[in-house]
Design a protein around this ligand. Structure first.
Ligand SMILES: NC(=O)c1ccc[n+]([C@@H]2O[C@H](COP(=O)([O-])OP(=O)(O)OC[C@H]3O[C@@H](n4cnc5c(N)ncnc54)[C@H](OP(=O)(O)O)[C@@H]3O)[C@@H](O)[C@H]2O)c1
Length: 337
């Protein structure tokens, strides 16, 4: 009797052991089956990235290249001028303020005296009819351009309904039509040589629109679309295109932003002041150039999640943006971040 009482307990233990070991077996198979295809490409990608993070390899890939940078007189463009110059490229510094460009040139020559002497090119992206002439001037300096960095631009603060159409046009021409005109003037020479790299410094606001930034966000969405299209159209050539989408970077962008009535905003927003260091942004852009990447997002988790929500769950995105707009309006902060 005592034997028959113990038997079921013995069976239960056996069943438990069999279930456990088969779970472990299937768990291993599942983890192995999933992990391998995920981990292997991840390892290859990181090896590839670390190759270009290595300054020796990166500088070898960039050395002596001719790099035209717009908006090189301050902020991200100035940091890019330092990074590209230090990497041994021949930089052409472009923006409206010639004196500020000369100052950047002087800084570069003082800091790295053994490198190529930078060239200065006064250029107004808003003056469309002068752009092809400026592009010819840029091309005549070294005979060609290897890397075109479309970085120059302005921001905007205001409410769409109160914004003069002139302001919408100004932001759109400076941030979108100017870079498009410059790219169209230089691209044929890159195609002739079947070599070149075009960077468009857009913004995370080229992927998502936030309230009270209509003109800026529209100009960056247009930038994203134009350069994405160009990327595909040039896929049969060795001319490559990369769209860079920064979040907040510590520059004068908000100080120089234009308001709905055309005045200068003149305020350093806290989000901008707390943003990424421009030299960190420049470092990532230079790695992307050496690696010929097609896209670079320079933002934290929150903006990346916002991009996903906009694509996958638009009603939630507009619910969140609507409450953000109402909160800023109630606090009379529609020009601030
Ligand atoms: N800072 C950020 O948080 C952030 C975030 C996302 C994207 N971005 C983008 O990054 C790029 C650089 O901005 P930043 O942050 O470095 O701001 P920034 O310090 O204000 O620099 C803007 C640059 O653009 C030039 N520029 C403005 N209007 C121009 C025109 N009509 N023609 C030629 N150049 C012009 C300015 O030079 P002159 O005044 O001498 O012409 C200056 O060098 C912009 O495209 C901006 O949209 C910035």
């Amino acid at each position: 009797m005592s034997m028959s009482k113990e038997e079921p307990a013995f069976e239960y233990t056996n069943v438990f052991q069999v279930v456990c070991s088969s779970m472990i077996h299937w768990g291993r198979l599942l983890v192995g089956g999933l992990a391998l295809p995920l981990v292997f490409p991840w390892l290859v990608y990181n090896l590839y990235r670390s190759h270009f993070k290595n300054k020796i390899f990166r500088n070898r890939a960039l050395e002596d290249k001719v790099v035209l940078i717009t908006g090189a007189s301050s902020g991200i463009g100035e940091a890019l001028a330092h990074a590209f110059h230090k990497a041994g490229t021949r930089v052409i510094l472009a923006a409206r303020r010639k004196d500020a460009l000369e100052k950047v040139k002087e800084d570069l020559m003082t800091k790295y005296p053994s490198k190529h002497t930078p060239a200065v090119l006064p250029l107004d992206l808003h003056d469309l009819k002068t752009i092809s002439g400026r592009a010819k001037e840029a091309l005549s300096i070294y005979g060609h351009i290897d890397v075109l960095v479309n970085n120059g631009g302005i921001s905007y603060r205001g409410e769409a309904v109160d914004t003069d159409l002139e302001v919408d046009l100004r932001v759109m021409v400076t941030n979108y039509f100017g870079p498009v005109a410059l790219t169209k003037a230089i691209l044929p020479t890159m195609l002739e040589r079947n070599s070149g790299f075009i960077i468009a410094v857009s913004s995370i606001q080229g992927k998502i629109a936030i309230p009270f930034r209509s003109a800026y966000s529209a100009s960056k969405h247009a930038t994203q679309a134009f350069f994405d299209t160009l990327k595909s159209e040039l896929s049969h050539t060795e001319v490559k295109v990369c769209v860079v989408s920064p979040g907040y970077v510590q520059t004068n962008l908000s100080l120089n932003a234009v308001t709905g009535d055309g005045k200068q905003y003149g305020v350093m927003d806290q989000t901008t002041a707390d943003g990424m260091d421009p030299s960190e942004a420049a470092e990532s852009i230079i790695i992307a150039t050496a690696a010929q990447r097609s896209e670079l997002i320079l933002a934290g988790t929150l903006p990346r999640v916002a991009v996903l929500i906009r694509a996958m769950c638009p009603w939630l995105y507009f619910y969140l943006m609507g409450s953000r707009a109402r909160r800023l309006r109630a606090a009379n902060l529609i020009k601030e971040d």
